[in-house]
Design a protein around this ligand. Structure first.
Ligand SMILES: [Zn+2]
Ligand SMILES: [Zn+2]
Length: 212
């Protein structure tokens, strides 16, 4: 199993591949479309997974899905975010959270994420082996209601925005439910030895500041 880190503007996407088969986890925003497309073009694309439906992770999903003729998988609880970001208003904690929310709220609210034609709902325990990779879905609600992570081969965990590494690795600074966010962070910690891949910031080991 191989993970290719695609660094976008302020966000990350990951290509999880086994041989020539690949699954794209998150798609970046429209400014990163060409870069993500180029990376994906090296592989036999099988599926696109969204850790959650915010534009910086999902804006290119519909276009890439059409280009590669693959479905887009996400959790049902985030379906409403294709209608409007305001279906799940966000709160922040701490100084980093305030800065991130202040600088991104306007664009989060004003950027409409196009719903892909072919979609699949994913949930806890779903196995992606039918798409050519050794990975499972884990539910990590709190940042959004439908936030999920992708646990790759029991060694690497793509966490979306359940955690972030804007400055240091920590519980995600923006959330719709603080209690769910904390439970999800505790769950990640309980998984033990993993390399964590964030929606924002560099990968680290499984050690981060846990919000109480
Ligand atoms: Zn987000
Ligand atoms: Zn994000």
């Amino acid at each position: 199993m191989n993970i290719t880190w695609i660094k976008c503007k302020t966000d990350n996407c990951y290509l999880v591949s086994s041989g020539n088969d690949a699954v794209l986890v998150d798609t970046g925003s429209s400014v990163s479309y060409d870069k993500v497309l180029e990376e994906c073009s090296n592989y036999n694309m099988r599926l696109i997974v969204l850790t959650h439906v915010h534009f910086d992770h999902a804006e290119n999903a519909a276009k890439l899905a059409e280009r590669f003729d693959v479905p887009v998988a996400f959790h049902r609880a985030d379906l409403e975010l294709f209608e409007s970001f305001d279906k799940q208003p966000m709160v922040s904690y701490g100084i980093v959270g305030k800065v991130v929310l202040d600088t991104s709220l306007k664009v989060l609210r004003s950027t409409k994420v196009v719903k892909p034609d072919k979609t699949i709902f994913i949930k806890e325990g779903d196995d992606l082996s039918e798409y050519g990779i050794d990975a499972k879905i884990i539910e990590l609600p709190g940042h959004t209601k439908g936030s999920i992570g992708v646990d790759v081969a029991g060694t690497d965990l793509i966490v979306g925005d359940a955690l972030d590494n804007w400055i240091t690795p920590a519980t995600g600074h923006l959330y719709t439910s603080r209690s769910n966010l904390i439970s999800s962070a505790e769950r990640i910690r309980s998984l033990g030895d993993r390399t964590l891949y964030y929606g924002h910031g560099k990968p680290t080991g499984n050690a981060f500041k846990l919000l109480k």
